[in-house]
Write a protein that binds this ligand. Structure first.
Ligand code: C5P
Length: 226
């Protein structure tokens, strides 16, 4: 099992490497896993990925890839070369199968996560469950899903799959534009593997203390569940 600190992934939703690395350096050794999304990746590219890796950080590359299966497979091949840990797809079964085949052929440890439904949208659990079922059957290692669906997905698909929850808000935090939010403790108790937290940490006046409070909440939730 990964250390508890890996369960909290901080989203670097900024458009400059300088600002992103300021956040990373402010968080120091407390945070070992970062999400790099389209905004930062398209601005700073692989040089930024290497800067994070030079700091021994794990990386979740959130590019929500979709295209025809062959193109997806080739794009995943390029990501394999980067040596990141998680990659998002936002796609259908044939593309996931093609991506899985690339990862297998290359002997890579890259984990493929398919997005079920964006957390800014409303949806039924049945829709999410159907997306989850097709994703896992096609070879995804896990899913991006709301904390509200996590317990149901854990019950349906067992302990092996990775379930990553965005839309996490400590009880006291601003909701921003998140619609389907849960607290860190609720997400962990429901069976989330990793929590993605952005603005509550990155926009805080003391990001490290917010991050440490969330890590403490994660640890307490694990203890309560034992
Ligand atoms: O809201 P927060 O800043 O914590 O967002 C962290 C990540 O959650 C974002 O990078 C985005 O991928 C995801 N997000 C989401 N739905 C929203 C807003 C953000 O899934 N409405």
């Amino acid at each position: 099992m990964s250390p508890i600190s890996d369960e909290l992934i901080v989203a670097l939703d900024v458009d400059h490497a300088d600002r992103a690395l300021q956040i990373v350096d402010a968080l120091g050794d407390d945070i070992g896993f970062y999400k790099v999304g389209m905004q930062l990746y398209f601005a700073e590219g692989n040089a930024f990925i290497r800067a994070l890796q030079a700091r021994k950080k794990k990386i979740f590359l959130d590019l929500k890839i979709n295209d025809i299966p062959e193109t997806v497979a080739k794009a995943v091949g390029s990501v394999v070369t980067l040596g990141v840990q998680y990659l998002t797809l936002f796609t259908q079964a044939p593309q996931i199968m093609a991506a899985r085949e690339t990862v297998k052929q290359r002997g890579s440890g890259l984990r493929l996560l398919n997005v079920t439904v964006l957390t800014s949208e409303t949806s039924t659990f049945e829709t999410v469950k159907a997306r989850a079922a097709l994703s896992l059957a096609a070879g995804a290692d896990g899913l991006i899903c709301s904390g509200h669906e996590t317990a149901g997905l854990r019950a349906a698909f067992g302990t092996d799959c990775i379930l990553v929850n965005p839309g996490i808000r400590p009880a006291t935090a601003d909701k921003n534009d998140q619609v389907r939010i849960v607290t860190p403790a609720q997400a962990i108790s429901a069976g989330a593997t990793n929590l993605v937290v952005g603005r509550p940490i990155t926009a805080a006046s003391d990001p490290a203390s917010v991050a440490r409070a969330i890590l403490a909440e994660i640890e307490t939730a694990h203890r309560a569940g034992r």
